[in-house]
Design a binder for this molecule. Structure first.
Ligand code: ADP
Length: 383
């Protein structure tokens, strides 16, 4: 293997927590991993091989960085895709491939892609402005309720407006957007699929997301998802079909809605490691981060089998605290068997900021849930 302990360089656009965990996986194989992001104080700063300061949204910064590496990947979608097209022309290997990334960066194109490839998703229409939507509602062309999503730039629930009543029309987002049917959701699931350029495809077991309604962030994630085996199979099948449709290498996180009548719909996708795959580090034979490396470097994909049922808890900044971070209750938590905190390394906490996560494993999912509740009671991100 020429890639290991060599001059080979893997470049990553983005140096947040996903970049950090990707660098940790690369380090186990002594694979040189370079990161581009604005400040080496970011989470990946002190774990990667080389940190280059620059802005992954800027054409020139991405171009210069990309020219220094052998394979280029991302840990965030909002990168400069024009620069990626240029680098691809110049012969740099890029995963996800820029054509697919450009579709995924635009929620409107993403929905059209699902529809055109026969991937089940909620019905939708595309709109140029919030005003046009308001007018259409007034004219009776568009009926409540619906969900409006900004075509570009949204993440973690920002850029999503749920419009149920006339009064909610105040919340309409201004720019180009997608309007989709409000789905009756029984459970939100996610399946991370992986593919390598040779065409091998694997999927991780489905996870079940439990949201914090105030922060609109995933609070808990259960693996395996508590669903019927036929639904599990359907969810994995859909994720595999989706990564094949996009012809991506590396990971594709596929967020799914399960409806009360057992239908599974694709909500949205992310072509990179994902919050819904953190538990794979301790819970599965292969972590999502190592699987991404395998996929983009055209290596055999690893087994996605579960080693132990797990619960993943996001560590969010406590409301009411802002400043230099302190992790109260950390000692009590690590005294519990099967509790694995991941502290991302953000110096300043803010209400609901994602500061880390904790994966709890146990031979039994109910046992993992009990320990996760303890962790939630004890561990507080304060200032
Ligand atoms: P983001 O990219 O910001 O995470 P999502 O598309 O995942 O945006 O939407 C955020 C959340 O909003 C989802 O997890 C889900 O709870 C809710 N949501 C999104 N689309 C719909 C829909 N069509 N029907 C019902 N709820 C939805």
């Amino acid at each position: 293997m020429r890639l290991l302990s060599s001059n080979f360089k893997l470049g990553v656009l983005g140096g947040g927590q996903l970049g950090k965990m990707l660098a940790q996986a690369a380090s186990r194989w002594d694979l040189a991993l370079w990161i581009l992001d604005e400040s080496r104080d970011f989470p990946a700063g002190n774990v990667c091989t080389n940190f280059v300061e620059g802005n992954f949204r800027e054409y020139q910064d991405v171009l210069e960085f990309g020219r220094q590496v052998d394979v280029l990947t991302i840990e965030i979608e909002s990168v400069n895709s024009e620069a990626l097209f240029k680098l691809q022309e110049e012969g740099i290997t890029i995963h996800p491939r820029p054509e697919a990334l450009a579709i995924i960066q635009d929620k409107g194109l993403q929905k059209e892609f699902f529809r055109d490839h026969g991937l089940p998703t909620s019905a939708f229409t595309l709109w140029g402005s919030g005003e046009a939507i308001r007018q259409a509602v007034q004219d009776g062309e568009l009926r409540l309720p619906f969900v409006q999503k900004a075509r570009k730039g949204g993440y973690d629930g920002r850029g999503v407006a749920v419009i149920r009543t006339q009064a909610d029309l105040e919340k309409l987002l201004p720019g180009p957007s997608v309007v989709e049917d409000l789905v009756d959701i029984d459970k939100e699931l996610a399946v991370i699929a992986a593919r390598n350029p040779g065409g091998q495809v694997e999927s991780f077991p489905a996870v079940e997301m439990v949201f914090n309604p105030e922060a609109n962030l995933v609070e808990w994630l259960l693996c395996p998802a508590q669903i019927d085996p036929a639904i599990e199979q359907r969810a994995e099948e859909l994720a595999r079909a989706t990564i094949e449709a996009f012809q991506l290498s590396g990971l594709l996180a596929v967020e799914l809605f399960l409806t009360p009548d057992g239908e599974v719909l694709v909500n949205e996708v992310a072509p990179r490691p994902h919050n819904s795959g953190h538990q794979t580090i301790e819970g599965c034979y292969t972590s999502q981060f190592e699987q991404h490396l395998r996929g983009i470097l055209n290596l055999p994909l690893g087994s996605t089998r579960i080693k132990a049922p797990s619960v993943m808890v996001n560590l969010l900044g406590e409301p009411g605290y802002e400043g230099p971070v302190e992790y109260a209750g950390f000692e009590d938590c690590i005294a519990i068997e099967g509790v694995f905190p991941h502290i991302y390394g953000k110096a300043i906490t803010k209400p609901y900021r994602k500061m880390g996560h904790v994966t709890v494993i146990d031979p039994d999912l109910e046992g993992a849930k009990e320990k996760a509740r303890l962790v939630q009671q004890k561990l507080k991100v304060i200032a």
